[in-house]
Design a protein. Structure first.
Length: 194
């Protein structure tokens, strides 16, 4: 069975973006991106909400070919371009070139079917509403939470009113040069939802 891997960058107070929906206050780093690119080698599919997809797709397809692109940017951009993109959106969107599939309803049922198919893991970037729907159906296997040394005070929360309680097991931690720390949690998807 394919795994669902959730990668989220958050502020110290638990927001994935500031109150304007921007990620500008998260300081990037070469070692961070290289680490994320290594995680992504386990996956061949990206699942995201419409906003996250727009942010990713406006930059990463060409990022690796730009003058001065770093090795990590080239590596991640290459992986991004080879991955299938699944975009969860309640409203219809214009078709886009490339391997992009839009899912408008019954996302948990769709993901459950995809998990049963052949292939590598599926990675979710940010997209707290998408991840929340999957958490409610016990579908996320691995959580990579990158905690940034910044406090937003307000913003888009990582867990926007999740309906279930779940215990996770911390299996890995790492600190990066920019002060960001990543925590890897693994879900026991056989555990009863409280």
């Amino acid at each position: 069975m394919r795994k669902i891997i959730w990668i989220a960058h958050i502020s110290l107070d638990g927001y994935v973006a500031n109150s304007d929906g921007q990620l500008d206050d998260f300081e990037s780093g070469e070692d961070n991106l290289d680490f994320v690119a290594d995680i992504c080698r386990e996956a061949d599919t990206i699942l995201s909400g419409r906003i996250t997809h727009t942010l990713l797709h406006s930059f990463w397809p060409e990022a690796g070919r730009k003058p001065g692109a770093t090795q990590a940017e080239k590596k991640y951009s290459h992986w991004y371009n080879s991955a299938t993109k699944v975009v969860a959106s309640r409203s219809p969107l214009q078709p886009e070139p490339g391997d992009i599939l839009f899912v408008h309803d019954q996302l948990p049922q769709f993901v459950q079917q995809v998990k049963q198919q052949q292939g590598k893991s599926i990675v979710i970037f940010g997209s707290p509403s998408v991840a929340g729907q999957l958490m409610d159906h016990n579908l996320i296997d691995i959580y990579w939470i990158f905690i940034n040394p910044v406090i937003f005070g307000r913003g888009v929360p990582l867990f926007p009113g999740t309906a279930c309680k779940r215990k996770l097991k911390l299996t890995e931690t790492r600190r990066f040069a920019n002060g960001e720390t990543v925590l890897k949690y693994v879900a026991d998807n056989q555990t009863k939802i409280f």
